[in-house]
Design a protein around this ligand. Structure first.
Ligand code: NAD
Length: 513
């Protein structure tokens, strides 16, 4: 059955022309100036237009956010948590509509669209509990009748810059935590997926207004990297949480670093699964294929490299090739399909370019790629997932191509496999498939994977919100979501209280008058 996109848009309040910014229920921005047209990669149709915020619009949003922070930080944290709980409930009610819009605007499968909204609900649940657990430590003072402890205070405005491939979940990972911590947020979604951003802003604004919260607690601003640059250079935004390419992350880190602000960076990955001779090959196959072709290879955690033991290399390659022959590529809203489109034609060009570069370096394609043509692929964004045998040190293998290209690398010893796994500039997600305890533990030890995420008998793709998410090296070092990632959204203050009758100095220093 064909999805009725118009009714989804109506439900989420997406109009033919949408305003460029919002501080809550107030929407604004010059509709007549520059606009972004959002086209669906599913069928190439224009979904809607959105205004682009000007510098003046940006100033207005900052002032509202500053004002709102003065109030929001005085709301007790459990009460802020209760508002985030209501956000989770509102997302539950809108899961189908928002998940469908994610799928239609971004191109991921409907199931993954729903999964992304589920992740938003989960992080809201997590944040509700967190709102009562923003713990600091107490310490023993070296001075008599003194008490020393630390507490955590909000930072102020948290700027969230997000990528197209998780158009809504990344916002919620940041916003749910930042809000319970007492911050206000300004979100600049990807210019490739502005409509999902508008839908989320409408949902949260209603929740905030229902609780009589002022404008400016949760803000949205639409634009390309020039709006992002206004945020990164702005001393009034103490924390920038930026998700996107390593190229973008380097620019953000330089701008924020130059003003000694804080940045939380979630950048590119180049993720590998080591498939040992002791692996369960059926499990490995599912992990590898889902990791490589899910979201058409456009996840930061997508599996880009398989490092396979020489004793099972040919057998596993044959299984892979067979399973690629069974993949159904097409409309991601049709749940019978496994693989949807790439985000746009520029991504298709980058995919083709990487295939050419791989061939030029000596890559042997055991499953050929190519662009699909015909009525079902009218957007021009559908490509064939492909597989190439390569060497790990090829330039193209070292590079993250955001597309379903899977590289196969053969290994002899586990240490060699780990060296391949670590031998790329990025350090996000990694995995080993093995039923051998020694191999698994070695991979997880400090002689093993150098990534932020290291899994055993699970692929590289996807993560639960309960753990801290992020990676090392060119992935940027940031951690979001679960565990104690909340600390990035707060400032730590150490407090010492003297309740004695004298003023002893630290380190035994004497200062008599
Ligand atoms: P991108 O870098 O092109 O854009 C991401 C965002 O950054 C957009 O909102 C863009 O407008 C903004 N931006 C670009 N240059 C900027 C600058 N100089 N200053 C401020 N803002 C700027 O990335 P994309 O193509 O949307 O997303 C794909 C990339 O994101 C991949 O590399 C992927 O691995 C990465 N990603 C990483 C994670 C993670 O958690 N590590 C999650 C999702 C995506």
């Amino acid at each position: 059955m064909k999805t009725d996109i118009q009714s989804i848009l109506d439900k989420l309040g997406i109009e033919a022309n949408n305003a460029a910014f919002s501080t809550g229920n107030d929407w604004g921005g010059s509709l007549n100036s520059e606009t972004i047209n959002s086209f669906s990669p599913v069928d190439g149709n224009k979904i809607a237009s959105v205004g682009v915020a000007s510098q003046k619009d940006y100033e207005g949003v900052i002032l509202k956010a500053q004002e709102a922070f003065l109030f929001w930080k005085t709301v007790p944290s459990p009460k802020r948590g209760d508002i985030v709980r209501q956000l989770g409930d509102a997302l539950r009610k809108n899961k189908e509509a928002l998940g469908t819009l994610v799928s239609y605007e971004m191109g991921k499968s409907l199931q993954e669209g729903f999964g992304e909204v589920q992740e938003m609900i989960d992080i809201c649940d997590f944040a509700v509990g967190l709102s009562r657990q923003l713990y600091g430590l107490t310490m023993h003072s070296e001075r008599p009748s003194h008490r020393m402890y630390e507490q955590w205070h909000p930072l102020g405005i948290v700027g969230i810059i997000s990528a197209f491939n998780f158009p809504v979940a990344v916002w919620s990972w940041n916003a749910a935590l930042a809000l319970v911590c007492g911050n206000v947020c300004i979100w600049k979604p990807s210019e490739k997926t502005p409509l999902t951003g508008i839908a989320c802003q409408k949902i949260i604004s209603k929740v905030l207004a229902d609780n009589d919260m002022p404008e400016g607690v949760s803000n949205l601003i639409i634009g390309d990297k020039s709006i992002g640059e206004l945020m990164t250079n702005d001393i009034r935004v103490p924390l920038i949480s930026a998700t996107g390419s390593t190229r973008m992350g380097k620019a953000v880190a330089a701008a924020v670093g130059a003003r000694l602000g804080k940045s939380l960076l979630e950048l590119g990955g180049n993720n590998a699964i080591i498939i040992s001779e002791h692996a369960d090959l059926d499990m490995s196959l599912i992990g590898a294929v889902f990791g490589a072709v899910g979201t058409a290879g456009q996840r930061c955690t997508s599996t880009r490299r398989l490092i396979i033991h020489e004793n099972i290399y040919d057998a596993f390659k044959a299984k892979l090739v067979k399973s690629y022959g069974q993949l159904r590529i097409g409309d991601p809203l049709d749940q019978n399909n496994h693989v949807g489109p790439l985000i746009d034609v520029a991504a298709v060009t980058a995919y083709l370019d990487s295939i050419e570069k791989c061939k030029a370096e000596g890559g042997n394609f055991v499953v050929e790629g190519g662009v699909l043509k015909g009525e079902n692929y009218s957007s021009g964004c559908y490509v064939k997932p492909c597989i190439a045998e390569v060497k790990n040190d090829y330039k193209i293998v070292q590079h993250e191509t955001f597309a379903p290209i899977l590289y196969l690398i053969k290994y002899k010893t586990l240490d060699e496999a780990i060296a391949f796994q670590n031998g790329v500039p990025q350090g996000l997600s990694s995995a080993i498939m093995t039923l051998n305890l020694r191999e698994a533990e070695h991979f997880l030890s400090n002689q093993g994977s150098d990534c932020g995420i290291a899994n055993v008998n699970i692929g590289t793709s996807g993560a639960e919100i309960g753990g801290a998410f992020g990676g090392e090296k060119e992935t940027g070092g940031g951690r979001e979501s679960g565990s104690d990632a909340w600390r990035a959204y707060m400032r730590r203050q150490t407090n010492t209280i003297n309740y004695s009758h004298t003023l002893p100095l630290a380190q035994g220093i004497k200062f008599d008058l």
